[in-house]
Ligand binder design. Structure first.
Ligand code: BGC
Length: 351
């Protein structure tokens, strides 16, 4: 064989080795997303659609307006219309049992996307970011920034966590609390509102307005004397951080606290640049989408599916084989490299 022939064969082998791009034959994949209200799910949906289509799949992408009943019927329609694999980011992890049973009866593999699907054995795989690590990144940032190992404080801390219906929310909270609890116990961190337990600090549906109203109440009950400062406000994600930042802007005259977040939403990234939010945790939705597209390709091709965690995510019935992507610390110093240089946002979007 001449050199050109060898080159062509080498190229063909390389294309095959790239994997997901070649073996899809128009199978329809159902992608069920919770809501269009939050920036990240729009990005997740867009990325999944683009990547699945590039891999040759047809895509049935639906958003459920944060309404569990809507999500249930959308998934049932996906099954009825012959979708081959379902990718589901649940509004409420334990409320989709009926639809999951229907998927199992029809032998349709289900991938839980970002949020675990609970109380069902009909969940084939889970792809997410390391949720506990998101919390530890936030907690460690607080410890380092306040230098808690070397100074006595005390510093005032308030806590805003996520949606009790979202299994992730407990992991974010626990990751951060496991880091901070020794300092709360030693008195270096004090929580003037007294609200520490997850149930006391949770924010149903992760709503900005709910987080804002609770923060306004905490500020007026504990920090209105003009002398008491809140030094740090642990917020599990950006939508709740935004509520706290709005409350601080409206009702607080003390020195500005460290506010944490997660997602690098546009509004929050602007606030990081303006000094109103100290940090966020970047979870590149492109990475998660690529991983899920890879999983879908492996499922459809009957290949072994890549997972890197087979112990952590017990959904109450089974331990779901998972792939955890790594979350990354973000602040005003590295956002350009993380978000702009990587093409996640344009500079204009952050003006
Ligand atoms: C996601 C977070 C997001 C939150 C609210 C969680 O399940 O992992 O990235 O901020 O939902 O949408």
């Amino acid at each position: 064989m001449n050199k050109r022939g060898i080159m062509l064969i080498t190229m063909a082998v390389a294309v095959l080795a790239l994997g997901t791009t070649v073996f899809a034959e128009g199978e329809k994949i159902g992608v069920s997303m919770p809501t269009k209200d939050l920036q990240r799910w729009n990005q997740d949906g867009d990325n999944m659609k683009a990547e699945l289509e590039a891999a040759g799949f047809e895509v049935d992408l639906q958003y459920a307006s944060n309404d569990v009943q809507t999500q249930l019927s959308q998934i049932e329609n996906m099954i009825a219309s012959g979708d081959e694999v379902l990718v589901i980011a649940a509004i409420e992890g334990s409320s989709l049992g009926e639809a999951l049973d229907m998927a199992a009866e029809n032998e349709i593999p289900v991938i839980a996307y970002d949020r675990l699907l609970m109380d069902s054995d009909a969940v084939s795989y889970y792809a997410t970011f390391d949720n506990y690590m998101v919390g530890t990144v936030q907690g460690n940032y607080i410890v380092e920034t306040l230098d808690l190992d070397n100074v006595d404080g005390p510093f005032n801390l308030e806590i805003t966590a996520g949606d009790p219906g979202d299994n992730n929310a407990g992991y974010f909270y626990q990751g951060a609390i496991d880091v901070l609890m020794p300092y709360i116990e030693s008195g270096k961190l004090v929580v003037p509102s007294g609200q520490i337990a997850f149930d006391e600090v949770a924010t149903p549906t992760w709503a900005t307005e709910t987080a804002q109203t609770r923060a306004e109440n905490i500020l007026s009950s504990n920090y209105a004397d003009g002398e008491t400062n809140v030094d740090v406000w642990l917020c599990s994600n950006d939508s709740t951080a935004l509520g706290v930042e709005n409350a601080l802007a409206a009702n607080y005259k003390g020195s500005y606290p460290i506010v944490t977040g997660q997602d690098c939403d546009i509004e929050n990234t602007k606030n990081m640049i303006d000094g109103k939010q100290a940090m966020s945790v970047f979870k590149d939705t492109r990475t998660l989408a690529s991983q899920v597209v890879k999983m879908v390709g492996q499922i459809v091709a009957g290949e072994e599916v890549d997972v890197n965690d087979t112990e952590t995510y017990d959904n109450g019935v089974i331990v779901v084989p998972s792939f955890l992507c790594e979350p990354v610390f973000a602040d005003a110093n590295n956002y350009k490299e993380l978000l702009i240089d990587s093409g996640y946002y344009t500079e204009d979007q952050l003006q």
